[in-house]
Design a protein around this ligand. Structure first.
Ligand code: HSE
Length: 298
């Protein structure tokens, strides 16, 4: 069997709606091989579809079709460490696992850039799929059905405190609350900040991050979907966050924190949330994954 390891991803980083994303050190593992029937199982108790509606299977089938090949059947084993519908790229991780795995099963007919294009086409936007494949901080734009992207490393002076709430928000719903149009002032506000975000994360000019997360495109409309949003946001800044944002379409909230104060930050955050009666949130301490998805032979 082959094993595909795919990182979690955090899209938008506040200002970079549908264009910025970062890969994080939390991974799904997927084992697969061709079979004469469909056989899907999990190493955990996460409830994923075990039939043809399974997203990994569906992505595998897409790639076989692109190649003009019929998929006989598939044995698929999933280890689902990326929580579902929390804004950490779980669906992109499935798509990427499916197309990278299928590409390997077929003898690698597609280039990395073909796979980046296909993954974004399936997902509809590239800001999770590109960093899931490439690793690092990825800036992407789509033009004529193709993704134009650059992955850059992120300063190691920075870590990510990831606050995962005990409830889901589906991306489709989180997109449905956004306006159809924006003013020129709001567009300029976001453009300037997302450019600042990329340059600041790359160069390590971390004092810019608090301004760079500023956003008028999605977060003001989505914050109401996240119970205790104000509490967690305010707390993160009181404890020394350099910049806090809704990860992807939420509901996870991420605080970017200096590496040397991360342990204290997490300990204080846990105490604060307990005192405020905010329960059930999972707080993770993650770094940037620089390698992206890997196909391995076990
Ligand atoms: N850029 C997307 C959004 C990420 O914010 O809706 C979620 O998939």
């Amino acid at each position: 069997m082959i094993r595909i390891q795919v990182p979690a991803t955090s899209a938008n980083l506040g200002s970079g709606f549908d264009s910025l994303g970062i890969a994080l050190t939390l991974y799904n593992q997927v084992w697969m091989e061709e079979d004469d029937k469909l056989d899907i199982s999990c190493t955990d108790d996460v409830d994923v579809p075990k039939d043809e509606s399974n997203l990994i299977y569906w992505a595998v089938k897409q790639l076989y079709q692109e190649c003009g090949r019929k998929l006989p059947g598939l044995k698929l084993i999933q280890q689902n460490n990326i929580p579902l519908a929390r804004g950490l790229g779980s669906s992109s991780a499935c798509i990427v696992a499916g197309i990278l795995g299928a590409n390997r099963l077929l003898g690698n007919p597609f280039s990395r850039s073909d796979l980046i294009n296909l993954a974004a086409k399936i997902e509809g936007h590239p800001d999770n799929t590109s960093p899931a494949i490439e690793g690092g901080l990825v800036t992407s734009a789509m033009e004529g059905g193709r993704v134009f992207s650059v992955s850059v490393p992120v300063s190691d002076k920075l870590k990510f405190a990831v606050f995962i709430p005990p409830f889901e928000v589906k991306t489709e719903m989180a997109r449905s609350v956004l306006p159809e149009t924006y003013s020129r002032a709001d567009v300029v506000y976001n453009l300037s900040r997302s450019a600042l975000m990329t340059a600041s994360l790359f160069s390590g000019k971390l004092e810019n991050l608090r301004v760079a997360v500023g956003d008028r495109i999605h977060q003001p409309y989505r914050s109401g979907l996240i119970e205790n949003f104000d509490n967690v946001f305010r707390m993160s800044y009181e404890l020394g966050s350099l910049g806090t944002y809704i990860s992807g379409s939420g509901p996870t909230i991420i605080a970017m924190v200096p590496t040397d104060s991360m342990d204290t930050f997490i300990a204080h955050a846990e105490n604060h949330m307990t005192e405020k009666g905010i329960t059930g949130w999972d707080i993770r301490f993650l770094s940037v994954d620089s390698k992206g998805a890997q196909v391995l032979l076990d």
